[in-house]
Design a protein around this ligand. Structure first.
Ligand SMILES: [Zn+2]
Length: 187
């Protein structure tokens, strides 16, 4: 039985070390080896590409679910159909990735969920938060990677993190966060 690690992340995410640490820590939280896990990603540049490459380097299988940017569907509203690029393709892809089920969802945003006043509105991790929200609402334990910490996003994610922390005698920090490296420190 393969454990599926669903991931979503910003196109400007580029932290190689935290990507590798987050994947390793996730295997330990799920209690599986590299061979028993698969990384499902959206095949976009940035986080998706970096995490897929990192997973392959660790011997974790990868499943790419690219968005169909050049195709509209029956559900696309008129304002969207006027464009050559489907603005809803990313959201559609996120729903497909989640409907297939997953053991955990890791989100790698580069911006907070709400923009700060005056913040540049380009590349704002909106797609990442959309996918994380859908995963959480589908009951998939969802963790946000922010700095070098995991933050639970929703109740199932909080429970997973609490369980992993308790098993290792770790205290969760503010907002129930856990240092990524601390997850696999020896007892
Ligand atoms: Zn469309």
């Amino acid at each position: 039985m393969t454990s599926v690690i669903l991931m979503t992340g910003s196109r400007s995410w580029n932290n190689v070390q935290v990507s590798a640490d987050a994947l390793s820590a996730t295997l330990i939280m799920l209690g599986v080896t590299e061979k028993q896990a698969a990384l499902r990603h959206g095949a976009s540049r940035g986080a998706d590409t970096l995490l897929a490459r990192t997973a392959e380097g660790l011997g974790i299988a990868t499943q790419a679910v690219p968005a169909q940017w050049d195709r509209h569907t029956e559900q696309c509203p008129p304002w969207d159909r006027q464009n050559a690029t489907c603005k809803l393709a990313g959201h559609r892809r996120n729903s497909i990735m989640i409907a297939a089920g997953a053991n955990i969802c890791l989100a790698f945003p580069t911006h907070a969920m709400s923009l700060q006043p005056g913040e540049d509105s380009k590349d704002t991790s909106r797609g990442t938060w959309d996918c994380a929200t859908k995963a959480k609402d589908a009951g998939i334990p969802t963790l946000v990677v922010w700095g070098d910490h995991f933050f639970p996003f929703g109740q199932p994610g909080a429970e997973l993190l609490q369980r992993a922390a308790t098993q290792r005698g770790l205290q969760l920090g503010p907002s129930l966060s856990a240092p990524i490296l601390g997850i696999w420190l020896p007892f």
